[in-house]
Ligand binder design. Sequence first.
Ligand code: ATP
Ligand code: MG
Length: 466
Amino acid sequence: MGNGDSMTRAQNAQTLLIVDDERSLRFSIGEWARDEGYTPLEAAGGRDALEAIREQGVDAVLLDLKLGDEDGLKLLKQIREIDGSVPVVMLTGHGTVEHAVRAIKMGAYDFMLKPPDLDHLGVVLERALEHARLRREVDHLRAATRSAQPIVGDSDTLKKALTRLERAAKSGTSTVLIRGETGSGKELMARYLHDKSARVAGPFIELNCSAIPEQLLESELYGHERGAFTDAKRFKKGLFELADGGTLFLDEIGEMAPQLQAKLLRVLETRTFRRVGGAADITVDVRVVAATHRDLSKMVAEGRFREDLYFRLNVVPVEIPALRERSGDVATLAEHFVARFCRELGRTVVRIDPRALELMKAYAWPGNVRELKNVIERVVLLEAEEEILAEHLPAEMTRGAVGATGAAASGHAAVPARCRAAARGDREARDRACARRVRRQQDQGGRSAPDFPPDPANEAQGIRPG
Ligand SMILES: Nc1ncnc2c1ncn2[C@@H]1O[C@H](COP(=O)(O)OP(=O)(O)OP(=O)(O)O)[C@@H](O)[C@H]1O
Ligand SMILES: [Mg+2]
């Protein structure tokens, strides 16, 4: 297989895999492809072709229908199993056009008679790549509409945060730093920013920096070349590359290790990086939105977070207020979640008794909106028949409403330990889910799109997909 180019690959050039048992044809198409600005890879048979797709990832395939003793149709099927989105153009002799038609039915993009007219080939390939790009875009849009969740609440503090996000959305690349307590809606706001921006058709990709071991985080972000470290059996694109044209949401940025903070700063400044073990510079167009529940300026003062990175991230700071600081939103949110869960359970909407609502407003909500959502779900599912009553609410909310009000006034310190543990439990379960996702992606060789739409079943338990 002629893949000597991979290390000096022209910046972001698209890779064309030419699969043909005729060496001279591979060579002439390869020369032509290089002149046209593609990075050509050659394979004489199925094994090499599949290896190239699996290990390097390619953008388009030119596949001979008759590969010596091998069946091009069988190979087409295998290619599509590995990467269902890569466009495949079949090369066929005069006698095998019916087979080419079968190939189209099996998902090939087009076919051309051999030897191909190179001008025509250029047009077909361009169209095939554009088609693949549009399909990816449609997939992203579908995922985005599936996951689009309304932002509920009309408190002034929330509105102020939303206005800031809308303004930031208009500036193409400026970095946004979202700060807020756990469960206050940081990820929801990051998606909102993406949806309001011109990048909406591009990917929204999320990474929780605290859920991934330090040594894996670098390759997760920037990708790696084959053999970059012991377990790097295949080449893998990083999230910065996958987020090209869209938004990369770095959650829990405060947990990032110092060496990685330094690399991130460079990337934010130049938009250019190298994969782990790679020699080629890769340039991307990505907006970074970072989030943290920590006080980063305090971490800077304590020497635990790089000051230069903090300033670089903090171009547009947005503070999401804790729920107890906007108790006016509690009723609206509670009614929203009641309606949603009743609808999902196919039940008529239950009412919220005024006294229950008062208790909810007075409570400190250490787990913020996520905790409120979980409480409502549990009550709708297990307790309430027609009405949510005070007695249906968790003990810490009813046991001496005075205590809860005190907690509300003094913030976190007075929050019952059990509530804090419950809120933490959500996070830990979520982080475990995220770590599992990353491991899965690595097992799959990293070609899968990582921005899975939220799984409602997980969301209900406060577990989010990565
Ligand atoms: N204003 C809101 N309207 C409707 N739903 C909300 C709102 N704010 C948060 N939620 C919901 O609450 C849950 C938690 O929100 P989200 O995951 O965005 O919080 P977070 O701040 O990122 O949490 P963490 O710090 O744990 O990462 C999600 O299910 C989200 O949809
Ligand atoms: Mg979050």
